[in-house]
Design a protein around this ligand. Structure first.
Ligand code: PRP
Length: 186
């Protein structure tokens, strides 16, 4: 197990997730929203958030890859949307783990808008505004963070460290060989 300093403990994350769930429930229209979970990083966050929201939802998935197998953004976004579900006319809640350059969110918002939902709200656990390369923002933000590369609670480095219960600054010191990456994805 890695790595650097704990930036957000599991308890801090859960407290913030509970507050986000209340905030989102208060602002989402009544009815059954469609939650779109951005794979893979947002899976842990989305499960906790949707449980805390404690209301009927349908779910779909979008896969977005913008990173190579290291800590630098490749600046290119590939989307896979075959598990998105029916979005037309729905109140969509897009759930992302991190908003960094914004290129992924811009691409996802664009792809969702084309499908004519009734509304789109975006919830990100982490926002790194200093890294933005395009004008995009989220309606709901868990924590605003600095430029450090973070791992844990879904966030990876070369696919490692996603299952950490807390969020840590990535530190390569003492790092064992990474589990590696699948061909063509991060
Ligand atoms: C990460 C993260 C966001 C995106 C944010 O995904 O989950 O989707 O990068 O970066 P951006 O704002 O610079 O576009 P990644 O491509 O690493 O895939 P993963 O979720 O499978 O780890």
């Amino acid at each position: 197990m890695p790595t650097g300093e704990v930036v957000f403990s599991a308890a801090q994350i859960q407290e913030r997730v509970r507050a986000l769930a209340r905030e989102i429930n208060a602002l989402l229209p009544e009815g059954i929203p469609h939650a779109v979970i951005a794979l893979k990083g947002a899976v842990f966050f989305a499960v906790d958030l949707l449980r805390e929201m404690d209301r009927e939802v349908t779910i779909g998935f979008a896969a977005a890859s913008s990173y190579g197998p290291n800590t630098d953004s490749a600046g290119e976004v590939r989307l896979r949307l075959d598990l998105l579900g029916e979005v037309r006319g729905r109140d969509v809640l897009l759930i992302e783990d991190i908003l960094d350059t914004g290129l992924t969110l811009a691409a996802l918002r664009g792809a969702l808008r084309e499908r004519r939902p009734a509304s789109i709200r975006v919830c990100v656990l982490l926002d790194k505004p200093s890294r933005r390369k395009t004008r995009v923002s989220a309606e709901h933000v868990g924590f605003t963070v600095d430029e450090r590369f973070l791992v844990g609670y879904g966030l990876d480095c070369g696919e490692a460290h996603r299952a950490l219960p807390d969020i840590r600054a990535y530190s390569p010191e003492g790092e064992a060989a990474s589990p590696g990456t699948e061909e063509g994805e991060s």
